[in-house]
Design a protein. Structure first.
Length: 764
């Protein structure tokens, strides 16, 4: 009775009180003595004891309870009270609750369920049709020996007997009329070549002859999908239809196999797995922080209760239920004080989705658990994803694996300071794509201005061109993406489809080549914006606006999330963002349009805000080491060679040459001011280079004086602009004279009146 453990004391007391109240009911029912509760209570107890030994009343305790209730409620009121008390004690004794009774009631089996279905299904009435002519019976030789096994049926349907009486016509399945000359569905043994396998309904037919064998009804089944009014025409259709069905899939399957067999997916064993689980190491830390948090909330006068604790790889979330009348702003304003009370660098306070009046306080763990890429790739969320653009992200606070789909994002912005985990996130994404997609499905263009992050991927078959490291060529690669996107839309309009999925489906049905999706990865956007901000921003915005349906996706990363790098137009067209640790709330607002990223602890701790995801989710990013990355890439390179697209490379080179040719005339052009030598002489005399000084000494306007200073900076005479400070003089008078006499300054020398000017400079 007590094997379930809790609550043992309550169940024991209930079991002991049960016979006491039962004896009270017995006393009311069967006691015929006139015993009443008066002033002499001791005499009443003696009488109850003596009569109880002779089984004439309910005993001392039971009789006393019965007499008391009878005096208070009468006999008719005492019986219901005692009955209810006995039921409650019995339920407590046997650990029976109303919830368990309700669950048992709704979970019981209903035996009439199947009968109800059978009654609702109308049974076909047998139809007896006078037979017009007898069916000739053709004997079958060794039919039972030739048929190895009877045809299997997935639905148990009664089969009419072909050996019926002669005054009734045979009926097929569901009351259909059988053909006048029965069809033999069993191999006769005379044909040893490849049979024509036909699937009709749930029956497998393997013959092209018609034979009847009435002696073996268990091997015969009338097909349900054949109309028997014209047997000869139907037999021809049955034989010709499989040829059309089997011909087209063989062609498509062969074409797809030839394309996809060339790529071998890397084995999962190449990635490291964390064999040691340290999730139980933080129990003491969680209990201590919970106690400190409760004390801190009590001291600050916040009426809230901790209703749950969830420990993740990096942080622990304490679910706080706010009482009525407590504002969330009152709690968020105390974030720094709570962090001080808990002894951590910072806490993040955010509402929990789909939970009412509950807010989560995220506290960093002292023991941080790594999330390995192999754990995410082996998870059900990654393996069951159908999209070829699925990539691993990490684990959330609850320890659940989180994956993303680039085709649904459809463009992604990754930003964070140096060392926050941005490069590891990009490598995890790229390796996930290598584990999920073939080169025929996804192609990539990688732009790496730093020249050290993505260069190892050179040689994999997914790349359209080698990794682009020159910022000038990077702008050309983005311009090629715009041209390719427009070309794809033109192809879509020609066949009347809307996106790349419908286009590839149409091409596959026609037996033509499909087009892959293209993922453009930019490792550092800040360098590109310094070189060609206008061209880069224009190309990125055009691809981001129209590239989703064409299968063109952008993944842009930067370690300088400032307004001049991530412009407002880019943010408007790239809806999905990943924010790593940043230095200020302003940078967090630039990335996510909200604060929170400044309170991340780094080392892969991120805020993931997908398109339509609402509030950003805090995730610990997956970790992959350089050794793992090299091992996987080497395996892929050994299995297949790089398949670069020469047309793409040629277009990028052409755009680079056009950009260079446009920039050269501006650099060679030498339109120096005629007062430039006088201005240089002035700064050598005053030993100070500023626009205001040239305005005073040469009596010039601001525009002309500023233009002369810029020309001196171009020639290397003065340094760059330093705000309110005067520019530094980088060249002495003697060096200026030698520069004027050299070949590099012939254009400037033309502005000197004659050789006497140079002699004057030499004398000075």
């Amino acid at each position: 009775m007590f094997h379930k453990g809790r609550p043992v004391l309550f169940r024991t007391v209930s079991a002991l009180l049960l016979p006491v109240f039962f004896s009270a009911i017995v006393h009311l029912l069967f006691c015929k003595l006139s015993l009443k509760l008066g002033s002499d209570v001791f005499n009443l107890i003696v009488q109850l004891y003596e009569n109880g030994k002779e089984m004439l009343c309910g005993g001392v305790i039971g009789g006393f309870i019965a007499i008391s209730l009878e005096m208070l409620l009468s006999v008719f009121g005492a019986f219901p009270v005692l009955f209810v008390i006995i039921i409650i004690l019995a339920m407590a004794t046997f650990n029976i609750t109303i919830a368990k009774i309700k669950a048992w009631w709704y979970g019981r089996e209903v035996p009439r369920y199947e009968r109800r279905i059978e009654e609702d299904m109308p049974e076909p009435e047998p139809q007896i049709v006078p037979k017009k002519r007898p069916v000739p019976q053709v004997p079958v030789i060794n039919a039972r020996e030739q048929a190895v096994s009877p045809p299997k049926r997935s639905i148990d349907i009664p089969i009419d007997d072909f050996g019926g009486s002669n005054n009734e016509e045979r009926r097929g399945i569901f009351g259909r009329k059988a053909p006048e000359s029965p069809i033999d569905f069993v191999n006769s043994g005379s044909r040893k070549k490849s049979p024509i396998d036909i699937e009709i309904g749930t029956f497998k037919l393997e013959d092209d002859k018609t034979e009847a064998f009435p002696d073996i009804p268990e091997f015969v089944a009338a097909p349900s999908a054949i109309k028997t009014s014209e047997p000869e025409i139907i037999t021809k259709a049955v034989i010709e239809e499989p040829k059309a069905v089997t011909k087209t899939p063989d062609k498509e399957t062969t074409a797809s196999d030839n394309r996809q067999h060339s790529y071998v997916f890397p084995p999962i064993e190449l990635l490291n797995y964390n064999p040691v689980s340290t999730h139980d190491d933080g129990r003491d830390e969680v209990s201590q922080n919970r106690e400190r948090l409760e004390n801190a909330l009590m001291s600050f006068g916040v009426a809230a209760n901790i209703v749950g604790v969830t420990r993740g790889p990096t942080i622990t979330r304490y679910d706080l239920e706010l009482e009525h009348g407590v504002k969330l702003t009152k709690l968020t304003n105390l974030s720094n004080d709570l962090a001080l009370s808990l002894g951590v660098t910072g806490v993040r306070i955010a509402p929990i989705p789909n939970v009412f009046s509950t807010v989560g306080i995220e506290v960093p763990n002292k023991i941080v658990n790594k999330v390995y890429l192999r754990e995410i790739i082996e998870s059900r969320a990654f393996s069951s994803a159908e999209s070829t653009l699925t990539f691993a992200i990490g684990k959330n606070v609850g320890g659940e694996s989180v994956v993303g789909n680039i085709s649904k994002l459809p463009h992604l912005l990754i930003a964070g300071t140096t060392g926050s985990g941005k490069s590891v996130c990009i490598n995890s994404m790229l390796l996930s794509l290598l584990y999920k997609s073939t080169p025929d499905e996804v192609r990539m263009i990688m732009i790496d201005p730093k020249m050290v992050e993505l260069g190892i991927y050179n040689g994999i078959p997914h790349l359209l061109v080698p990794v682009v490291t020159d910022p000038k060529k990077a702008a050309g690669a983005l311009q090629w993406a715009v041209v390719e996107m427009l070309k794809r839309y033109r192809a879509f309009s020609e066949i009347g489809v809307r996106n790349i999925a419908a286009y590839n489906s149409q091409m596959a049905s026609d037996g033509e080549e499909t087009i892959p999706k293209v993922v453009i990865v930019v490792d550092e956007l800040a360098d590109l914006m310094l070189y060609a901000p206008k061209e880069v921003e224009e190309s990125i915005c055009r691809v981001a606006q129209m590239g989703r349906a064409a299968g063109m996706h952008l993944v842009i990363a930067t370690q300088r999330p400032s307004a001049d790098v991530i412009t407002g137009l880019m943010k408007a067209n790239i809806p999905s963002r990943i924010a790593f640790a940043v230095s200020s709330g302003l940078e967090s607002r630039i990335i996510l349009d909200s604060t929170g990223a400044e309170k991340l602890i780094g080392m892969g701790d991120m805020l993931f805000s997908p398109l339509g995801g609402g509030k950003p989710a805090r995730i610990q990013g997956s970790f992959v080491s350089d050794q793992e990355r090299e091992t996987v890439i080497e395996f892929i390179k050994e299995q297949g060679e790089a398949n670069y697209n020469s047309e793409v490379a040629a277009q990028i080179e052409e755009a680079f040459e056009e950009k260079t040719s446009e920039a050269e005339p501006a650099a060679v052009k030498s339109d120096y001011d005629e007062l430039l030598p006088d201005a240089v002489e002035v700064i050598f005399e005053c030993k100070q280079a500023s626009v205001s000084m040239l305005q005073r000494r040469l009596r010039l306007g601001y525009s002309r004086a500023a233009r002369i200073v810029d020309q001196m900076e171009e020639l290397g005479v003065v340094g760059p602009f330093e705000g309110s400070k005067p520019r530094q003089i980088l060249m002495s008078r003697q060096e200026w004279l030698l520069k004027m006499q050299g070949d590099n300054a012939t254009d400037v020398g033309n502005y000197f009146d004659d050789d006497d000017d140079l002699d004057g400079l030499e004398d000075s």
